[in-house]
Ligand binder design. Sequence first.
Ligand code: SF4
Ligand code: MG
Length: 334
Amino acid sequence: ARNVIEVANLKKEFTVRSPLGLRTGSVKAVAGVSFALREGETLGVVGESGCGKSTTGRLVQSLITPTSGSVTFMGKDLDTASKAERREYQAAVQMIFQDPYSSLNPRKRIGSILEEALRIHGVRDRKVLKARVIEVLETVGFSEEHYYRFPHEFSGGQRQRIGIARALMVNPKVIVCDEPVSALDVSIQSQVLNLLRKLQREKNLTYMFISHDLSVVKYIADRVAVMYLGKIVELAPTKELYASPKHPYTKALLSAVPVHHPRDKKDREILQGDVPSPLNPPSGCVFRTRCPMAMEVCAQKEPTTVTLEGNHQVACHLFTEEATHKAIHSGSGA
Ligand code: SF4
Ligand code: MG
């Protein structure tokens, strides 16, 4: 499949102030990520909170502008896109959020909320708007009568279906899903996930699916990117990643799954300590302060991303030449 979106060395820095406002610093929320979204696939993006998943999603959706790096849509660099092309992009790439309720105006009927999504793209004809809303409502399992309802009349899972309906109004190619089922009961989660899968098949949609829940991502994603402190540390086809994780961070994350069972102590020891402050990330490998495998070279050099068998990308010195080199030399010197 062709790439719908390509992201290259994308970075986003935010300026932050100390509590008393005496000092400012910059947080690299996204510290140079590269990946592609292939037409019709679901790319899962996992990692602990604060790792840059949501910021990456917002950059892809073009809700915020990157500090540097590029986003390309169907081969066109957004940086050089005209205003009209940019508007087209913003329609083609929609977003759904964890809590659609907060973005549904409680005083408006569902019909007018959904119409708004088309109106901002210039559609004014009331008949066209209403017909489209009813069509989309039916697509997500509602009917015409829901057109006249208010957001509070819907349950959590139903509201997420309204959120999906809103994203579908403009016929997007890509949907960035940011924790779309995290606020829902497990029994409702699978309904929403199955709806997303059905829509993907019917409309050849491409998803970027952001979640901290590894079992949800295993269920829905074709490929998975693992993020840590603003970087992608591993990216592989889902089966490959779950069967044979390479990066020590991914291994640690997976050893804590499934979350439904009490974890044994051994598993939990691996990921002790907190994520370091992104204001002051470690030198070399960003994971080294928590990595049980850290070597000397890990403090000195940032690992490059290498591609292993099975389309498996990993950024860790256990797989780069520097480490092999280093190990041979320290071995012969001993
Ligand atoms: Fe651990 Fe070093 Fe690999 Fe980083 S590069 S994950 S510190 S072994
Ligand atoms: Mg988030």
